[in-house]
Design a protein around this ligand. Structure first.
Ligand SMILES: [Mg+2]
Length: 261
């Protein structure tokens, strides 16, 4: 007989996106180098057309690590913007382009163009093959929301159809682990925390903050945790295992009238 304690019946699920519904690593590598290389080449052509071909290449003056370092410095100088990656990238690019010798309005225009390229590449993601069907099935039984710190706009993805609620935490100026994106999702879903399970791969940004609010959580980690997990936290190695967990939790749903309120 299982010793799993009874918990309230679940009405809603919230999902982290990056590294929960798809493998984000290669997308980010390609996006990071791709938009910077595009800017470098397009800017060189533009300068050449204007007779400024004697200028060094932008990427020679500011190699990719200089751009990364500038974003980190900006994030430290503006803690509230820490999770607003689009803002950090745009500001870093504008600053570097100005230092490179562009007029302010040209620096702004080229930074915006590079970010358009970035966002196009950023959305070339491939969810795990099971994810579409999984969300379609779960959406018939639960209210679904996405909560991401990343700059993927879920509305630009085919998966958008499954998420009536989509929270971009960076734009709330309160990236996870701040409670605000979770509370916003709960308010929009209209469900209390105890009846909502959050699914995510980050212990710090997903599991801990959701748990502190009284949500149940599914932690996705390739390795099994070395110690027993706190109550209400469940370990999965892949999101495809979620339906099995939900079936198991359903069997242990509390019948206490308290939870039916
Ligand atoms: Mg994640």
């Amino acid at each position: 007989m299982s010793t799993m304690p009874a918990a309230p019946r679940l009405d809603a699920l919230t999902f982290d996106l990056d590294d929960t519904l798809w493998d984000n690593h290669q997308v980010m590598v390609d996006t990071e180098s791709g938009h910077y290389a595009w800017l470098d080449a397009a800017l060189a052509r533009w300068l050449c057309e204007r007779g400024r071909s004697t200028m060094p290449r932008f990427s020679e003056r500011f190699p990719l690590p200089a751009y990364v370092a500038r974003r980190q410095a900006l994030a430290e100088a503006h803690p509230l913007r820490r999770g607003d990656f689009t803002w950090l990238r745009t500001q870093a690019l504008r600053a570097l382009l100005t230092e490179f010798g562009l007029a302010d309005e040209d620096a702004e225009r080229w930074a915006d163009a590079a970010m358009q390229r970035f966002l196009t590449l950023r959305h070339q993601i491939t969810p795990y093959p099971e994810v579409g069907d999984l969300l379609a099935r779960l959406g018939r039984r639960y209210r679904l929301a996405s909560i991401t710190n990343g700059n993927v706009d879920v509305r630009r993805l085919p998966l958008a159809a499954h998420f009536p609620v989509a929270i971009a935490a960076g734009e709330l100026l309160a990236p996870k682990p701040h409670p605000r994106p979770f509370l916003t999702a709960l308010a929009r879903l209209g469900t209390p925390p105890a009846r909502t399970l959050h699914v995510g791969d980050s212990w710090r940004d997903d599991v801990e903050p959701a748990r502190r609010l009284g949500m149940q959580t599914a932690w996705i980690a390739a390795e099994a945790p070395p110690h027993p997990l706190p109550s209400g936290v469940h370990h999965l190695t892949h999101v495809r295992e979620l339906p099995t967990l939900l079936t198991r939790l359903d069997r242990h749903t509390s019948t206490s009238p308290l939870w039916r309120l």
